[in-house]
Write a protein that binds this ligand. Structure first.
Ligand code: S3P
Length: 425
């Protein structure tokens, strides 16, 4: 994929559906009674993996250009899949579905692509086992392939060592089926879409501070869901308009759930011009349009409780930090090492090739901004967020960039390059 630079970013872009909410709408719709109707669903490869897994368990899912219909069969309505559940590249599918499968009265097998086979699953295997689950890493390395023999589960109080919505959600989904009340306490609050959506579907779920709580639930009931745009996808356009001179971009339909808006806080703190317009609430989630203009950014420190609220945006924030004046220090972000790629190593390697001054640390990176970026060949390592981040770096680089395996943007934003082309001056 060859990406050129741009003299300005102008016009407007409408952001496709939120990946986290799209996954959950299929999963919760499948185990709810009745027909769940989903509009604004993200037709990315990860969410399509979730559809394929639930289809294999006997759930009819109609995917039309307008909406998705999930003919849910209730909490006990899934049937034994007759082959492996293929989760593709999707960590969310793997970890959330495991919580559901742990409580079914059948055995299932899960695996995905080469990246999924390296991602840590002990973080869900341990708490689910404490609940009575029988979940085995077939190769004994704490990764997929996993074999899950459904069992009767009991409630636990779990203090999670990581702030991870996937871990929290996996436990909450198992907790739906367990006897008693399950709690999950995280070191910092991660995205809370599961809590909000499970409540709307009728689960006995609540939260206070960094603790989420769920009790045995008799049944979930189908919902109409309008999926807001994904702030993690908007992040590329926000950054594009901030760092490219002479830019003004209206970014429409952006979910601004406070557990996801760390990037806006950080960019405002770096001197970014971002206005939130037309704030509204859609299906229990806050949404706004963002008006973003070229800004003279300066470096900042990014660490602590804000990290889970911007974890997927750190690669593109690193691009902005390379352009900003002064030093940016990112700490407490060890989780970056276990994403679709090791995002600390991959960002450091690729940004160095472009001429940036960046040093990897054990839990983040240090960037001395303001060095001119130049043409380089970028290895995406098949990580969608790396490919999109460097498409944005290209805008301000002398000579653009070439991205290897750039089509991996299909995972979360199939029309990314098209949308970017439309706003490039
Ligand atoms: C997600 C949670 C985050 C995020 C991922 C989506 C979710 O992962 O990085 O892209 O939908 O729950 P972790 O739970 O591993 O932090």
């Amino acid at each position: 994929m060859i990406l050129t630079n741009a003299s300005k970013i102008r016009g407007e872009v409408s952001i496709p559906g939120d990946k986290s909410i799209s996954h959950r709408s299929i999963m919760f719709g499948s185990i709810a009674k009745g027909t769940t109707r989903i509009k604004g669903f993200l037709q990315g490869a990860d969410c399509l993996s979730t559809i394929s897994c639930f289809s294999k368990m006997g759930i009819e899912i109609k995917n039309t250009p307008d909406e998705i219909l999930v003919y849910g069969k209730g909490l006990r309505g899934l049937s034994k899949p007759d082959s492996l559940l293929d989760v593709g590249n999707s960590g969310t599918t793997t970890r959330l579905i495991s919580g559901i499968l742990a409580a079914q009265d059948f055995t299932s097998h899960i695996n995905g692509d080469a990246s999924i086979e390296k991602r840590p699953m002990k973080r869900i295997m341990e708490p689910l086992s404490l609940m009575g689950a029988d979940i085995v890493s077939d190769r004994g390395n704490g990764c997929t392939p996993l074999t899950i023999n459904g069992k009767k589960l009991h409630a636990i109080d779990y203090v999670s060592p990581v702030a991870s919505a996937q871990v929290k959600s996996s436990i909450l989904l198992a907790g739906l089926y367990a006897d008693g009340t399950t709690t999950v306490t995280e070191p910092a609050l991660s995205r809370n879409h599961s809590e909000l959506m499970l409540k709307a579907f009728g689960a006995n779920v609540s939260s206070s501070g960094t603790t989420a709580r769920i009790s045995t639930t008799e049944e979930l009931y189908a919902q109409d869901i309008l999926v807001p745009g994904d702030i993690s996808s908007a992040a590329y356009f926000i950054t594009a308009a901030l760092i490219t001179p002479d830019s003004e971009l209206l970014i429409k339909n952006v979910g601004i759930n406070p557990t996801r808006t760390g990037i806006i806080k950080v960019y405002l703190d770096m001197g970014g011009k971002i206005e939130l317009l037309n704030k509204r609430t859609i299906a229990g989630e806050e949404v706004a349009d963002l008006l973003v203009s070229s800004s003279s950014l300066h470096g900042t420190d990014i660490c602590g409780d804000i990290i889970p609220t911007l974890i997927d945006e750190i690669p593109v924030i690193a691009i902005a930090a390379s352009v900003a004046e002064g030093k940016t220090v990112i700490r407490d972000a060890k989780e970056l090492k276990v994403k679709e790629s090791d995002r600390i190593a991959v960002m450091t390697d690729n940004l160095t090739r472009m001429g940036a001054d960046i040093t990897a640390t054990d839990d983040g990176m240090i960037i001395n901004g303001g060095k001119p970026l130049r043409y380089a060949v970028i290895d995406s390592y098949l990580d969608h967020r790396i490919a999109m981040s460097f498409a944005i770096a290209a805008l301000v680089s002398e000579g653009g960039v070439e991205i290897k395996d750039g089509e991996c943007v299909n995972i979360s934003y199939p029309k990314f390059y098209e949308d970017l082309e439309k706003v490039k001056g």
